[in-house]
Design a protein around this ligand. Structure first.
Ligand SMILES: [Zn+2]
Length: 358
């Protein structure tokens, strides 16, 4: 090995050292970048887990209030106001889900459940209230939320009330009323105001369309009367599952079938019995009772969907056993005037009794 070789060898060792140092430097930089990226991903995952937890909590809160989770916003939008309020076992309110639902309204629901005045006094057709919120909805109409209402929202098989909400500065025409998460939404339009923002906080007068309410109440009470008559004529195995008390073809649906050869005869018997009870008359009472008392009034038991710790609202026709119900009714059976059983259809394990009030 000569001196030149020695020089070369030193040169290549230096080169190697520089190369390794550079390599180490590059690797360190890469590891640093990777570790920062991993940490940021972990942070991101942490945030997502937090969001997920929040969603689960929200869902739990909702389930606690409603007994079932609300549909997703997408399905809410699809259901729209076309949802037909069918009375499910009387008190299991089918609160028409609405596309008008907003985040603002969601937050309201936690703070201000609307006081349902018709629940306690279903004959009050004029009352005062305060406007809590006023906003435009997706349908191009306006929505009003009040602290209390005498308007019956669509649900429980009963159509919504209509009417007016007004004060000296404006008149709001109520075209539809829905309930969701304990908030009642009044949908309609302002007739004579330009400054819609001034509406919030206003004291207002509520007026329910009396004729429409009277018809809805008569049809609803008539539906309950059918339940009694169906039992009286010997069909006591039938269990009411659905009520549709809308003027366009009201019916009550029962679980259980009946022999086809009995249909015609029983149809007449039910109608006769109903009209006998109507002409006899009898007080229709509505009361909110502790669970046990309510159960006693309803013949010793309440349907499973009524929570044991609740105080259900019970409607009672005359001296007959009561039934949990959230709707409005006549004050006396005689107000139904007359009932016609138009058709009875039995199929697929169910019997549908169609009726109407003259
Ligand atoms: Zn009812």
């Amino acid at each position: 090995m000569d001196g030149r070789d020695a020089d070369n060898s030193k040169q290549s060792t230096d080169d190697m050292t520089t190369f390794v140092q550079n390599l180490l430097q590059q690797m360190q930089t890469r590891f640093q970048t990777m570790s920062e990226s991993i940490i940021s991903k972990i942070d991101e995952m942490g945030n997502r887990i937090d969001e997920l937890e929040q969603s689960i909590n929200d869902l739990r809160t909702e389930m606690g209030q409603d007994g079932a989770a609300s549909p997703s916003p997408t399905s809410k939008a699809r259901e729209e106001t076309k949802t037909v309020g069918v009375e499910l076992n009387c008190n299991k309110r089918n609160e028409g889900t609405s596309q008008h639902h907003t985040h603002m309204a969601e937050s309201l629901s936690r703070c201000h459940p609307t006081k349902l005045e018709y629940f306690h006094d279903m004959f009050k057709l004029q009352a005062s209230a305060a406007v809590l919120s006023s906003f435009a909805n997706d349908q191009g109409t306006q929505t009003l939320v009040l602290d209390s209402t005498i308007f019956h929202p669509q649900g429980g098989g009963q159509p919504s009330d209509k009417g007016f909400i007004s004060n000296p500065l404006f008149t709001f025409v109520v075209e539809d009323v829905r309930s969701k998460d304990q908030i009642v939404y009044h949908y309609g339009h302002f007739e004579n105001t330009e400054d819609v923002s001034a509406v919030v906080g206003a004291e207002v007068l509520l007026r329910v369309d009396e004729d429409r309410r009277r018809l809805n109440s008569r049809l609803h009470s008539a539906g309950h009367l059918l339940d009694i008559c169906v039992r009286t004529v010997g069909w006591d195995h039938l269990e009411p599952t659905k009520g549709y008390h809308f003027p366009d073809g009201p019916f009550v649906e029962y679980k259980g079938t009946v022999p086809p050869n009995e249909l015609q005869e029983k149809q007449k018997e039910i109608e006769l019995e109903a009209n006998r009870l109507i002409s006899e008359g009898g007080n229709v009472s509505v009361s909110i009772l502790p669970y046990n008392q309510a159960s006693e009034l309803c013949g010793g038991s309440l349907p499973d969907y009524i929570p044991k710790e609740s105080s259900p609202r019970i409607v009672q026709l005359g001296k007959n056993p009561g039934c949990p119900c959230g709707g409005t009714h006549v004050g006396d059976l005689s107000e139904i005037s007359s009932l016609k059983v138009s058709q009875i259809r039995a199929k697929k394990g169910h019997t549908k009794v169609f009726y109407n009030c003259a």
